[in-house]
Design a protein around this ligand. Structure first.
Ligand code: PLP
Length: 368
């Protein structure tokens, strides 16, 4: 009996115990190897930070030095800028920086305006400031200076930039205040004013006209469409979409199916009765250019703010795109089909010249 038990232990139980021990040992060995690979285990001295870290840590002086040597795409066009924290203007683009903890950056809690200057005159300065003031009131966003001071700073920045043609960006943000979402975190709003230089568009741009297509991106909701906030994701996607479709611009339609606007411009059309139709500014930003163009057009044709379906748009005699950067340009093809005879029409031409003259003569001079 004893012998039988011993034999059983020898042939069955001992090999089992051996196998169990071997797999436990193997597990420990693998764990050890893994820890060594990850650097959690060390034999004599712990590894230094440098051995573990994948990026260097710079002291403030080295940081500032490196910052100033970093390349900046598009920087060659920046001529001057103002920053509220400094209360001054600078011409070195390496210092054109916004603190990451400004809610403008990480929450899009900010508004902006894009202006142009032509022949040393800032175009529609007061109309842009009036629209910015309205956006600021909606958001209960007080600028860090008075609106009159802001106007003088804009002119100063343009003066220092000294280019006769170019653009001005005004950015009014909620300001620095941690990385949360509540505007309460931010004791002071922020203000940046940047001047850039540009070459004037060649006349051929207007003579040739542009192409357009329907956007797959829906128009913004009514309440936000009328505020020029820095939430321009939909607009950026429309610009990308246009490039990918091989057209100059795309047109967004609102939730009711009516024409809204292009990515950074308003849209109008001339119908077969010779009327200028424009979408109401509900699902579209009230454009300073479109409003000025409507005033000028009223002197020689009926102008109607109305809902425009895509079917009506497709029957247009002319389609016009109106905005600060393009002024008034004709659309020659919509969704691949010619608009009218496929060339810029007479209203586009007339309105464009009237508008351009009005924008330049009404502009605020800054170089004299
Ligand atoms: C969404 C949007 N709609 C329309 C416009 C046209 O406005 P404005 O004529 O003032 O340039 C712009 C231009 O900034 C825009 O961004």
């Amino acid at each position: 009996m004893k012998k039988a038990l011993l034999r059983q232990a020898f042939f069955y139980i001992l090999p089992c115990l051996f196998l169990i021990n071997a797999s436990v040992l193997r597990c420990f060995f693998e764990l050890y190897c893994r820890c060594r690979r990850k650097g959690h285990l060390y034999s004599v001295t712990p590894p230094s930070h440098e051995e573990i870290m994948t990026v260097p840590v710079l002291d403030p002086a080295a940081w500032a030095e490196k910052l100033q040597s970093l390349p900046r795409a598009g920087a060659q066009n920046v001529t001057a800028f103002y920053e509220h924290r400094m209360g001054a203007i600078c011409t070195d683009v390496r210092f054109l920086l916004v603190p990451l903890d400004d809610h403008m950056v990480h929450r899009g809690d900010a508004i902006f305006e894009s202006l142009t200057f032509l022949e040393g005159r800032i175009v529609q300065l007061d109309a842009h400031l009036a629209r910015m003031k309205k956006s600021a009131e909606w958001l209960e966003l007080e600028p860090p200076c008075s609106w009159e001071e802001m106007r003088s700073i804009i002119l100063d920045v343009a003066r220092v930039g000294a280019a006769p043609f170019g653009g001005i960006k005004i950015l009014l943000g909620r300001g620095e205040g941690g990385l949360g979402v509540d505007p309460k975190e931010c004791p002071h709003s922020s203000l940046y004013i940047v001047a850039t230089q540009a070459s004037p568009r060649p006349e051929a741009f207007w003579q040739k006209g542009i192409t357009a297509a329907r956007s797959a991106i829906p128009a913004k909701q009514e309440w936000i469409a009328q505020i020029k906030s820095t939430n321009y994701m939909a607009n950026a996607l429309m610009a990308k979409e246009a490039r990918e479709k091989g057209v100059s611009v795309t047109f967004a339609f609102d939730e009711r199916g009516f024409l809204a606007e292009a990515a950074i411009a308003n849209v109008a059309m001339v119908d077969r009765q010779g009327q200028l139709l424009m979408p109401e500014f509900r699902y579209a930003l009230p454009g300073t250019t479109a409003l000025r163009a409507a005033e000028l057009a009223k002197t020689f044709m009926p102008v109607l703010l109305t809902d425009i379906t895509e079917e009506i748009l497709e029957q247009a005699a002319e389609i016009l795109v109106l905005g600060t950067t393009c002024e008034c340009v004709a659309v020659t093809h919509y969704n691949g089909k010619p608009v009218g005879d496929g060339r810029p029409g007479p209203i586009a031409d007339r309105l464009r010249h009237l508008l351009h003259d009005a924008l330049v003569t009404g502009g605020v001079p800054f170089l004299e």
